[in-house]
Write a protein that binds this ligand. Sequence first.
Ligand code: GLY
Length: 376
Amino acid sequence: MPQAVAVLGGGIIGLSCAFEAARRGMRVTLIEPGGLGGQASGAAAGMLAPFSENTEQPDDFFQLCLNSLRLYPEWIRAVEELSGMSAEWVQSGSINVVMHEADILPIESRLRWQNEWGAAAQLIDAAQLQRLEPMLSTAAVAGVYTPGESHVYAPKLVSALESACRKLGVEMLEHAGDIEEVQAHPSGGASVRAKALDQPVHADRLVVCAGAWTGAYERWFGLTIPIHPIRGQICSFEHPANEVRHMVFSSQAYWVGKRNDRLVCGASEDVAGFETNVTERGIGRLIRSSSRLFPFLERKETMHRWAGLRPATRDGLPLIGRVEGIGPVILAAGHYRNGILLSPVTAAAVADLLEEKTSVVSLNAFAPNRFSYIEK
Ligand code: GLY
């Protein structure tokens, strides 16, 4: 087991990897160029929805999501117990709303395979839909009800993880500035220089969890890392009477009622480089979808509008694993829309690699070296 581990990145994945490594007894330093949980993690609606997010087939990504959901109860219990903070995990169940009769037929094959994997999902008609979600538009013709899907409040989970990490003795180097140089020696040992840090950080192993910024590490690792940012614009409405009871998905957007009297509505998927501003076009689409699906929102102003950058990969799968040929480096990035859901399984897999144990899940499909090498 390595003595010292440096985790690069303080989003949900970096914090989770730091937490897991520290609770397994490793000495961990976390380096974050900006503030903790600032990007995809901060913008996330916190949905733990492996079935709603994977409607096509039980592929490797779905299996990873499902495995992670199964780890959630112990994970949240440990984080909350150690931090003394709540991540506001709400067992709401979810509803995927169907607006056109023609869209009902494909749902049958989805239900068949998802129920084999434990979704306990059912097709509900318009009357059942109205009973479960009375504020829904009566134009909705049917829905898929998945009782086991749930959500956490991502900013609270980030704060709880941060506090749990501190209690475990993780050294948190926030606002460390740009990473200026990374040296990793094939035989072991690594060092990281960041702009605002007085001296380099040395470690036995390096875990890179830099989200949408992970592509910048290509130059140090001589590896193709096709990760790019996809902006998620999101907004919230006042929601004091809990009018929306479940997580609700339509083909255009999703809605999640939080305990702080906010109804979160997300999210755009637009290409804007590393810009994190919101646009009238992006938020306007969410507002129009909200009024169509929930008429009570028609005259409501948004309370907040914000955006984060999801780390998208070329093949849609995250990069989790050891970087072949660079002994001390492990990558855990590219989780795109599912970083909150995938945080426990990623942290467990990374900690298993650090301990040189067989991983809790098969990582073959997620190997960081699966893209071609670039010339150094
Ligand atoms: N997890 C939903 C999103 O990224 O918008």
